[in-house]
Structure formats: structure tokens, C-alpha cells
Design a protein around this ligand. Sequence first.
Ligand code: AQP
Length: 340
Amino acid sequence: MSEIKNNTVLSGVQPSGDLHIGNYLGAIKNFVRLQKDYSCFFCIVDLHAITVKQDPKILRKNTLEVAATYIASGIDPKKSVVFNQSSISAHSELAWIFNCVTRMGWLNRMTQFKDKAGKDKENASSGLFIYPNLMAADILIYKATHVPVGNDQKQHLELTRDIAQKFNRDFKCENFFPIPEPIIDNDISRIMSLKDGTQKMSKSDLSENSRISLLDESDEIIKKIKKAKTADTVMPDKIEEILKISEINNLLNIYAGFSEVQKDILIDKYKGQNFSKFKADLSDIIVDQLKPITAEIKKLMQDEGYLLEILLEGQNKASEVAQKTINEVYDIVGLLRNET
Ligand code: AQP
């Protein structure tokens, strides 16, 4: 039986639209840092994306775009394993086993299904309902010990931990799957919409002005920040006051996320002022950091062959680990296979 490798990270992003600064601050920027200390698997979770309707041609383009974004943001494909989920069939195979381990009651409690299915639950795909089982398989097929996620995915990670524990217990294979830990940075783990501080910034929000895309040009970023909702007041001087106005708190979180300056220092700098200088400085910082990334994404998107090569290299590396785990799982579960 293969050993649980310490300090293995797995995370992924759905190719469900143009990535935004929520995906960048809440996930990708963190991925880049983690490469130093962890053995990392970063996948493009295309099977998750199809739990809601996708246009096949756009899905293909978006998959390459996530790969380009990973690399442009600083993920080194020589150090980390970069691949798309559907290229490793063991994810789906393990997900089926987990469909049989997870209890309906556990899935019924998942708030993301309720949010995404909305009022029309009868019409939601069954894939959307069992999505957390596939996410658990993504993580556990590599026996990942740590998972960097935004706050929205915390509940799914807790479910992954429950599945790992139940599998280990039911099949009497203590410690076979590790119990993965989340890596969450609370302030930037939920970047909110620029139009409504109570809604998460999201690729699928119908309004372009709700988010800053990683493909936005500088003038669009400046315009969106100018338009971003604040309040008819000046910048409050106390964090307790700021927390009451979610739009201001959100802009401060974005500023802190990009600048890596602590929020209380930013509050001290801008307290008592109206928001025009704060917004101008915030745009400058975002533009400065995103400009080279945006340019690199666009350049990489012109070289599909290179991106496909990286994904194939990642697929080969991921497959070695995933195949080993699924073989062990089949043995543990008692599924007969005639090895040739
Ligand atoms: N607004 C956000 N703030 C912080 N982190 C976020 N993430 C997503 N939105 C925010 C984190 O980015 C990673 C990849 O997310 P995903 O693409 O797999 O799925 P999602 O959370 O469903 O992202 P979107 O943008 O809201 O996409 P759609 O609209 O397609 O559903 C995850 O780690 C996530 O936490």
C-alpha cells in the first residue's frame, strides 16, 4: 500500500468563464506560494464545470485559459503538476466509490448546491448534487494533506474529511486516506461582487461590472473600481464600522490582498477621506500587478501547442499517482480485476 505523502496539496479551478480577482486572490496567488513547501497538484476541474451547462467550444477555450492563467500567475509546471481533471479517469472512478460511501443526508446539507440550484432544484443536474463527492475524489486520489480553498468550499472540504474517515473505517484500512486540512486566508477567501457586497464575486454573475476579470485592460479596471459601490460617507476609522459596510470592507480586502499591507494600516492611511483617492490608489495597485499577468495569459493563449504539452506532461505525472491509488482502492473494496 502506498504511503501517505506528507505535505501534498491539491486544488483546482473550474473552466466556467473568465477568471476574476476573487479566483486570483482566493486561490491562484496562494497556489504560487505553496509550491515552495508542498508537492502540488493543480488541476483544471472541467468535470465540475459541466455540472452546469457549458458550450463545448467555449469549455475547451476556457480550459486552456485556466492553464495559461496558472502559468502566467507563477505556477511552475516543472515543479507542480498541472493537468485537466477529465484526462485522469481515476478521479471519476473514485468519485463513484465515494457516491456509495457518502450519505444522502450529508449531501442534503451542502449549501452550495442550494445556492447554485436556486429555486429550480428539480431541474438541476444530478452532477451538481454529487459534485462534492467528485471534489473529495480529486483530493484523495492524490492523498493530499492540504487544500487551499476559498471560504465557499470549506463545507465541501469538511465533507471530504468525513468521506475519508468513513472509508477508512468501513473498509478497516486506518490511515489509508489522510484527513486533509484546509488552507484558508479569511479576509481574501471571499471577495465579494463590486456591485453588491453581500454576493460573492463570481464568473457566472451576469454583470461584467460585478467583477474584475484577469483579462481586463487597465482602463476597464479603473472604470470598474470607480463605479464600485461604496457609501455616502468617508472612510470610517474603526474596523467595527467598516465591517458594517460590506462593500467598503470588500474593497479594503482587495487592496490588502494585492498590496499585502494589513487592513488596519490601510484604514489609518485613508480614514476620514472620501473614496476617490482610495479608489485611485486601489486601481493603480491592481493594474500594476495584473498587467504582466494579463499580457502573459494573452500571449500563452496564442500558443495552444505549448499549453497542450504542459497539460500532457501534467497528465502523465498525475496518472502515475492516481492509478496507484485507484488500484489500491479496488483491492480494498473487493472489486475483482483480472490483471494481464
Ligand atoms: N469571490 C471569491 N473570493 C475568493 N475566492 C474565490 N474563489 C472563487 N470565487 C472566489 C475560489 O477560487 C477557486 C476556484 O473556484 P472555482 O472556479 O472552482 O469555483 P467557484 O467558487 O464556483 O468560482 P466562481 O467564480 O463563483 O465560478 P462560477 O460562477 O462558475 O460558479 C476556489 O478555491 C474558490 O474558493
